[in-house]
Design a protein around this ligand. Structure first.
Ligand SMILES: NC(=O)c1ccc[n+]([C@@H]2O[C@H](COP(=O)([O-])OP(=O)(O)OC[C@H]3O[C@@H](n4cnc5c(N)ncnc54)[C@H](OP(=O)(O)O)[C@@H]3O)[C@@H](O)[C@H]2O)c1
Length: 326
């Protein structure tokens, strides 16, 4: 728990601290000597046990019970912090985002609640984790043109597809940037592609299940055969850059490291190291699945990323350690 010795250090809040990405953000912040206020919905739950094992957690991490739809709970967690990393948002299991209620309100109203609490606490900067879901659903964007920060998913188009997670991320990100402008609050948004890499938590989050399905699913096809992804540790670095770099104020950043067909994932990287897993048989992808994404703007801030094999190998080793795969 944060105590007297921690009083002089910079305090920041991370929402949804126990999640896959947020756990790595907390880990990075603790390693850089920040005092971290982490929000969780069910304090005491075994699913957050990994947080207490992080280095310096015993002195510099304090968990707060907070729900995105409960403004007062967020306010108490954010009070006294100079920065906030807003990571929490409902993420669909597999590709199931069929219930709009589950996604829209926590993402949109939840983000506004976080921002209002930031304004009240006179927070210096808020980094909001958005998604390429807020970027890629744009039928007007020329097919072969690389997508960058100027490309936004089109809400009216998303509604016709009923992909409510995509809508939730698009609307939440727009609202966040607009709130920042209207209220003189420094808001930065970061839009990661699929987030992979080792897990700190003991159960599988939704995007990590993509690798697990690839190695033990025994499937004919994964149904998602072209991947754009970023390592969760590289994303944490990107979020910290977005927090600390003065020129990032009010900006939007795409965060993608690798764009790769599943055939290469399996044949170049996985099968040579792990020959005994049951890989999908059909490894071809449809042309429509291909995405050309640029993270040049983030790289100009100084961002670098790991090679494909490091992310994949470290992911699998972490699932083995957690007893999720053999
Ligand atoms: N995973 C990906 O491939 C991917 C790609 C692009 C963007 N993103 C974005 O990255 C962020 C983190 O994703 P992740 O995959 O790391 O997620 P995750 O492991 O599923 O964690 C999501 C977190 O959100 C919290 N949460 C959900 N609804 C909440 C509510 N109503 N109030 C408070 N907390 C709530 C959960 O808290 P509890 O622990 O209390 O349940 C959980 O900690 C999300 O904003 C997501 O949209 C993810």
């Amino acid at each position: 728990m944060a105590g007297e010795a921690a009083d002089q250090k910079e305090k920041v809040c991370v929402t949804g601290a126990g999640g896959f990405t947020a756990s790595w953000v907390v880990n990075l912040l603790l390693s850089r000597d920040y005092v971290v206020h982490g929000t969780v919905r069910q304090p005491g739950d075994i699913k957050y046990a990994h947080l207490n094992k992080l280095e310096k957690a015993s002195v510099n991490l304090k968990l707060f019970k907070a729900d995105l739809l409960d403004y007062d709970s967020l306010r108490l967690a954010i009070e006294g912090c100079s920065g906030v990393f807003h990571v929490a948002s409902p993420v669909p299991n597999s590709l199931n985002d069929s219930d709009p209620e589950e996604f829209l309100e926590p993402a949109i109203k939840g983000t506004l609640n976080v921002l209002k609490a930031c304004k009240k606490a006179k927070v210096k900067r808020v980094v909001v984790v958005s998604s390429i879901a807020a970027v890629v659903m744009n039928p007007e964007w020329p097919k072969d043109q690389v997508k960058d920060e100027t490309c936004w998913s089109v809400p009216e188009y998303i509604k016709t597809t009923k992909k409510w997670y995509y809508l939730s991320k698009t609307e939440a990100e727009r609202e966040a940037l607009e709130f920042g402008k209207r209220n003189g609050l420094e808001v930065v948004t970061v839009c990661p592609s699929i987030i992979l890499g080792p897990i700190l938590q003991s159960t599988l989050n939704s995007s990590s299940s993509l690798i697990v399905a690839t190695i033990i699913g025994g499937l004919e096809s994964l149904g998602c055969n072209y991947w754009t992804f970023v390592d969760v540790r590289d994303l944490a670095d990107a979020l910290l850059l977005a927090y600390n770099k003065p020129e990032a104020a009010g900006e939007r950043y795409l965060c993608n490291s690798h764009s790769i067909g599943i055939r290469d994932v399996v044949e170049k990287y996985l099968r040579p190291t792990y020959p005994d897993y049951k890989y999908p048989k059909n490894l071809t992808y449809a042309e429509e699945e291909v995405q050309h994404l640029s993270s040049e703007k983030l790289q100009k801030l100084g961002w670098t990323f790991r090679p494909v094999e490091e992310t994949l190998n470290d992911s699998i080793e972490s699932y083995r350690k957690a007893g999720i795969v053999g």
